[in-house]
Every structure is written in C-alpha cells, then in structure tokens.
Design a protein around this ligand. Structure first.
Ligand code: FES
Length: 328
C-alpha cells in the first residue's frame, strides 16, 4: 500500500518549523507509527519521534494525525485514508505543549499539572496490619481513570488550555477524581476544596468534549470533571462563581428551553454586581457583532420555546431522581 505523509518538522531550539513530505510503500495493516518508523529507518534518519510499546500501552506515541490527537500506534493508515492513496496524512506534534524536535513534545506542562493534584493516596490513621480493604463498587467506579496511560492526547486537544495556561487540564483532573473517589484516601474534602477554588480548577472546563473524543482508553476526563463538580456541591462547596453559573444556566433552560442571555449573566454574577456586569459588556458586544448572540435573545421578554413543558418535566424528573438517591 502506498502512503503519503506530510510531517511537521520543528527545531525546538530555534523555533523553525516546516513540513516534510514522504511517500512510502507499507503493509496494508500498517499504523501511522509503523509508517513513521519506516521513514526514519529508510528515508530520513533525522526524523524525531517518540515510541516504545507500539501497542497502545505506554502512551509515548501521542501526536496529531490529520488534526486529531491520538496514539500513532493505534491509528491504522487504511482507516484514515479509506484506501485512497492520494490522501496525504498530516502528522504534527501534540498541541498545548512545546516541541523539543519534530514529533517529540516537551511534556513538562502535562506532568506539572499532574503533580499539582497530589496524585497519590493520603490515608490517615494507623496502617492496617494486612492490606487496605476496599468495596468492589468503589474500585469499579475508578477503573475508568485507572485506565489512563498518561499519553497526553486529552491535554493536547484541550481547548481551555489553549487560552488559559493555568487550567489544570483533563488528565490531571481525571487523576484527581481517581483519589477523591478512593475510600482509602482521607483528604477528599481538602482535595475538592482546592480543585473548586484554585484558578484553573474544575469549574473552568467548558465541556467542549474534545478530551472525551480523543482519549484512547475511554477515561472520558470531562465526565470525571463533572463528577468532581457534583461531589463538591454535595460536600457543600456552593459559594463559587462556577456553581452560580451552573445554577443560573440550568434555571434559564428550565424556564425558557434556551439560554436567556439578557438574564443569564446577572443571575450568575448577581444583579447588583455592577463592576462585573460592566466588565463583561465588551465581550457581549463582540459576541453580538460576531453573530454568536442573536439580538432576539438579548431581549428580556422573549417567550419560552414550544414544548417547554417537556423540558421542565425532564428537569423535575432528574431532580427528583437525585433527591431519591440522596435520601436512600
Ligand atoms: Fe506505546 Fe503507542 S508506542 S502507546
């Protein structure tokens, strides 16, 4: 099978970057990693890339393939090109991280964020004579996060990190959930309080779902972040802007079936929080100009959508389910 590759070559020191094109013959079942290794072995020994297991286990071959963050050893060429030999596969290093050389990224940003969430058990009290016993259900709930191979694909694809470098980002927040949910850990409350209050914590995720889409191991980091939010609310951490924002959003949708822009912001930050409201004005005007905020939605008297009763029934049903769970 003929494979065309367009690989981003970067020099981390000088910052220079350019694309190199390669055309090779590979086996029909080749992965992008196989193709890149073939290029490095037989076409261009200067190509820099990182890999080890070649079996989606070690997490070291994460890169962007045709714009999507993924493990190169799991990306079958035939599935990407759909058999079209003129399809040029574009291979680039991970996003949101500096490049050391070509496809090799500097993952210090990734690891510093993992360290930020204290990624280890912190039990208190006497150490048991034998092993710590943990209910099965608790560990089953954590299996998602324990599947993480730290490949960095989610961090590479994170749209919040792109604009806010303080965001703890999906991998580290999923790791935080792994310890918040572990019954052996005695720092659940402190961990949640930190994650709820710190700049770049759980309330800064915009739910774009990119981390869920690119994760090769089904960790679904965004879902874990949402679980952390819920647990923090259950633990009584309801004073922050993130919680108010969420409440205002859901009340808005329950009332009108769509976002009522004129009331949403004052409800989230407070009707009398004039400095904050004024500070958001330029952003609102920019949204209007860009067509992201229809004029009709800025009017305080627009009517609920048709079928609003069904929307409200859904809200009420979910709320009563939650109440039932909490009281059982
Ligand atoms: Fe180990 Fe791809 S080489 S995950």
């Amino acid at each position: 099978m003929k494979v065309k590759l367009k690989v981003k070559r970067s020099n981390g020191e000088s910052g220079d970057a350019a694309y190199s094109r390669y055309e090779i013959e590979t086996a029909d079942n080749a992965t992008v990693l196989d193709a890149l290794i073939q290029v490095r072995e037989y076409e261009d020994g200067t190509l820099g890339l990182r890999c080890s297991c070649r079996a989606a286990i070690c997490g070291s071959c994460s890169m962007r393939v045709d714009g999507h963050s993924r493990l190169a050893c799991r990306a079958k060429v035939i599935a990407i090109t759909r058999g079209k030999e003129d399809h040029e596969i574009v291979v680039e290093p991970m996003g949101n991280m500096p490049v050391i050389k070509d496809l090799v990224s500097d993952m210090e940003i990734f690891w510093s964020k993992v360290r930020q969430v204290s990624p280890y058990l912190q039990p208190e009290g006497a150490v048991p004579e034998h092993e710590y016993l943990v209910p099965n259900e608790a560990m089953i709930d954590l299996t998602h996060t324990m599947n993480c191979i730290m490949c960095g694909a989610c961090v590479s694809a994170c749209t919040v990190l792109e604009v806010d470098k303080s965001f703890i980002a999906p991998a580290a927040l999923a790791k935080a959930y792994r310890f918040v949910g572990d019954p052996r850990d005695d720092h659940k409350h402190d961990r949640l309080e930190y994650l709820a209050k710190v700049q770049g914590g759980i309330w800064d995720c915009t739910r774009c779902n990119m981390c869920v889409e690119v994760c090769p191991k089904g960790v679904a980091p965004m879902d874990r972040i949402m679980q952390l939010r819920e647990i923090s609310i259950d633990e009584g951490m309801t004073g922050g802007i993130g919680v108010r924002h969420s409440k205002a959003f859901s009340e808005n949708i329950r009332r009108n079936g769509r976002l009522d822009e004129a009331r949403f912001l004052p409800e989230a930050v407070g009707f009398f929080n004039v400095p904050r409201l004024l500070s958001e004005l330029p952003g609102g005007l920019r949204m209007l100009r860009a067509g992201k905020l229809p004029w009709s939605h800025t009017l305080p008297w627009h009517k609920p959508i048709g079928g609003i009763k069904s929307v409200r029934r859904m809200f009420d049903s979910i709320r009563s389910q939650k109440k039932g769970k909490a009281s059982s």
